[in-house]
Structure formats: C-alpha cells, structure tokens
Design a protein around this ligand. Sequence first.
Ligand SMILES: [Zn+2]
Length: 272
Amino acid sequence: MRFILLLSSFLSLLLQATTSLALPQQSLVPGGIAMINLNRVDKTPQFNFRGKPVLINQQNGRYVAIVGLPLSLKAGEYFIEGHWGNETALEKNFFNIENKEYSTQHITIKDKRKVNPYAKDMDRILREKKRKEKARNTYDKAVVDLSFLQPATGITTGSFGRRRVFNGQARRPHSGMDIAADKGVPVIAPADGTVIELGDFFFSGNLIYIHHGQGLVTLFAHLSKINVNIGERVSKGQVIGEVGATGRVTGPHLHWSLGLNGTWVDPVLFLN
Ligand SMILES: [Zn+2]
C-alpha cells in the first residue's frame, strides 16, 4: 500500500515535471510571447487578444494563456479579455510590453521578378496571400503539446523580426527563423498536428502549414520536396519534406514560422 502511494506520488511529480517543462519562453516585446497565469480553475477559460482566441494551456492544474505579440505592436499596456465557462461577466488581464529594436538586413535576390513581380503575377500572389491568412488564423479547441523539436538540423540565425531590404527596396520584416541546411535535409514536424495548407507559392516556394491546435500554427517554406497531404495528421518528429531553395531565396535553407492567435512570433521561444 505504502509502495503504491509512493509510486503514485512519484508518478504525479514526474507528470508535473514533464508538463511544466513544456512552456515556451516569455518575451514581452513585439514578436514575442506573453504568458499570463489565470486565477481560477473551477471553469474553462476563453480569452481573446485583439479579437482573436488565444491558446490556453493547463500547467500543474492552473491555466496559462500563451499570447502571440505582433511585430507591429508599440511598447505599452495591453490586455486579454474573456470569460469563464458560460458566465457572461468579462474579465481583463493586463500586461506590459517593451520596445525592441530589430536590425536591418540587406539581401540581393538574383531573380528580380521575386522582388518586383510582373503584373501577371499579381493575381496569383493575392490568391496565395488569402490562403496564407486563412491558414495562419486556423483555430480549434484541441489540447496542445508545447514541447517543440527544431524542424531541421542546420545553422540557425536569430533573424526573426529583422527589417529587410531586397535589392535596395524595403519589404516586410522577417517573420520566421531561417535554418541554413543543404538541399535534401529532412524537415520534421516539430510537434503533433494536422496539415492545413501546402503547395508551390510565389514567394515561399514549396510550403507546408501545420496546425498544432488552438491557433498554434507552423509554416515551412522553400522546400525542395513535400511528403504530406492536406488534412493529414502528422506526429512529432515525422519527416514532412526536404530543405530546398524554391521561391524568393539566396540559397537552400528552411524558413520556419510559428504563429499564435493569428500572428507570427519568434520560433526560438518554443525551442529548449
Ligand atoms: Zn526566412
């Protein structure tokens, strides 16, 4: 009896240890993540940030809201807003974010059409933009595993958020992490999920979107090969494609983006 009690308390300690390890790293800056401890346990919380549902994880019996902070945010006070179970009373939880200066990166692209597309490319680009927005804003109420694997072996550079200038022209900031690797290096699913979008896109080349649940979305771009199908369930560590140099690139690498509540954040916060 005593042994069983000891064993069960050991197992629950082990369980707590593994679940508490799974949280991403908080970074209260544009492009970072806010982690907000919610103060109740009796009902299921539902909270939004700027109108979009946020991921809520249970850690050691407590609820934690994990909020993606858009790169476009200014320093200041923000809040998530929501309610508990079927109660109508709204609750606000406030947090502050600081400014972060991201550096500027100048890039030369040989294929000038990828910097200044032809008029006939615009239809395709707009269609793809809508598909990307839809994929980035996917949401369901699944339970999410937050312990992520790096999706490819290679050299990572902290280039998320860099302002970018292509062939002397300013473009949108870098919305992911680049992992330098040779063509053909396997790309794996960093966690369990469902393939929600894929194809050959003008700027991103061959891409795959995976939804891991509750709006946690990952994107893999510039692939040479796609090994999965739309709607396919993938498991953590499964090979989903291969590194390539398709789309707007200077050479082979994996572009990896990670989204929460419809916004891209620095994927490095989900590693380690
Ligand atoms: Zn990139």
